[in-house]
Design a protein around this ligand. Structure first.
Ligand code: EPZ
Length: 433
């Protein structure tokens, strides 16, 4: 098990090139199952979750070759199941459900189970796919899906679900007839999937709005040109908050500033200077951090995946902020660890009241989930003294080259691999994610 040593208290200055979006790469890789042949994807991030998805596709019979442009060959499909050992490692494996049903007429996907941030049910995925003509049985923790023929339908989700919308879109594109998806998720990653599906020959319109229309086609084929995955808005947001929390100035390039609007609004209200120019966004802070009330919401609202990072910033505000988490039922796991760094936070249900303190002080903290880990790194970067962050596997899932990118903007951050040194971490530190 690795740990991160962070020597905090230094303003970070410089530029970070943002990688491809994890939450776009995963559905796009699953979507390659819909079109037999060789696909080429550019700007794929080198992340643990992407490796897991490639392992899953490889197990199904689709080999891939990683390089500046990823090549994946989906002509042969030997199996149509996503086994528990891979789904357990990455819930987004459920994204093969729609494509396998559309391609093979059956799919056997282990139920993802919960994770640190919540129960994470998939009832909406199944509701949408049933409307398209699929039948499901749950046996031994595995969802067994079958369909004789997918037929277009009108589907209305009970709540916007990102991967639920993606699963339904990936089935609807090969269904007979038209499909309308209402209360669809509007996240940029969903729109990127729709664009990718169109590049394979799908007929889709309305992505990025609450209503997406699909006209089913008999078949899809890989596009001739490599498809470039959109930039990761959450990675970009994390580095921009790093500039804000340390009182420095960080520029992210290769971004789509429009995808960051809700976050940039909060940072501006918190007293930061925000500049966008082309595909670059700069956030700087010299004065005090002002308290800001934040409520997470589906896109275009404030992203839940930035909640922990902004809470870290608000622990140093001149006053109290209210952070309300409306998407997941247990996404305050970072609070206990922020308290260890000297923050003052009280949680009441789905709301955290963050009372700003003068400074944070370095300590040893444990990461519990991907974005909580990012929040702890940011807090440690601002804290006086040295912090240790355990359980880096969470960070490896979602942040490509985190340490070099942070060092590139002046952070004194070092990764220690405890195992190599024969150092055994305390056994009572149990991974909770
Ligand atoms: C996606 O998860 C992202 N993951 C998450 O990012 C992100 O936090 C989340 O969307 C919200 O933006 C990927 O795209 C791979 P949802 P997803 O379905 O699709 C409830 C990260 O850190 N719900 O939009 O699983 C659900 O419980 C990860 O990168 C149902 O009740 O989230 C939640 O309360 C974490 N039934 C809400 O909807 C369902 O069938 C939104 O969840 C599906 C969802």
């Amino acid at each position: 098990m690795d740990k991160l040593l962070v020597e905090g208290g230094r303003p970070l200055e410089g530029t970070v090139r943002v990688s491809g979006a994890k939450n776009a790469a995963l559905p796009l890789l699953a979507a390659t199952l819909l079109a037999p042949g060789e696909h080429r994807l550019a700007n794929l991030p080198a992340l643990q979750d992407v490796e897991t998805m490639l392992s899953l596709l490889g197990r199904l019979g689709c080999p891939s070759l990683v390089g500046p442009t990823l090549r994946i060959e989906t002509s042969r499909l030997f199996f149509c199941e996503a086994p528990f050992d891979l789904v357990r490692r990455m819930r987004a494996s459920v994204l093969v459900l729609g494509p396998l049903l559309a391609r093979c007429g059956e799919a056997h996907v282990s139920l993802p189970g919960g994770c640190a941030i919540g129960v994470r049910p998939i009832d909406q995925h199944l509701k949408g796919l049933e409307a398209l003509g699929c039948r499901f049985e749950l046996e031994g923790g595995t969802v067994h899906g079958r369909t004789d023929r997918l037929r277009g339908a009108e589907i209305a989700f009970d709540m916007p679900t990102v991967t639920g919308t993606e699963n339904v879109l990936m089935a609807a594109v090969l269904a007979e007839g038209d499909t309308i998806v209402r209360n669809a998720a509007m996240e940029p990653e969903v729109a990127d999937l729709a664009r990718f599906l169109r590049s394979l020959g799908a007929v889709i319109e309305g992505e990025g709005t609450p209503e997406i229309r699909v006209r089913g086609v008999p078949g899809l084929a890989p596009s001739v040109q490599p498809y470039r995955i959109l930039p990761d808005r959450i990675e970009a947001g994390t580095y921009l908050v790093a500039g804000a929390i340390t009182g420095g100035s960080v520029t992210c390039t290769g971004t789509r500033p429009g995808d960051l609007a809700a976050l940039l609004d909060v940072l501006s209200r918190a007293g930061c200077e925000v500049h966008t120019h082309g595909d670059a966004v700069t956030v700087a802070r010299q004065g005090p951090i002002r308290p800001v009330d934040v409520v997470t919401a589906p896109h275009p609202g404030f992203p839940t995946d930035m909640q922990a990072q902004v809470m870290a910033l608000l622990t140093l505000a001149e006053g109290s902020s209210h952070v309300t988490e409306t998407i997941f039922e247990n996404r305050f796991m970072h609070v206990a660890e922020l308290l260890r760094l000297g923050a003052s936070i009280h949680v009441h249900g789905n709301q955290a009241i963050v009372t700003g303190v003068e400074r944070l002080k370095g300590a040893a903290v444990v990461a519990t989930d991907l974005r909580a880990s990012a929040g702890l790194v940011l807090a440690a970067l601002s804290a006086e003294g040295t912090s240790e962050i355990l359980h880096l596997d969470h960070l490896d899932r979602g942040y490509e080259a985190l340490v070099p990118k942070l060092q590139g903007i002046g952070a004194r951050v070092f990764r220690l691999d405890l195992e190599d040194r024969g150092i055994r971490p305390p056994t009572d530190v149990v991974a909770t994610a």
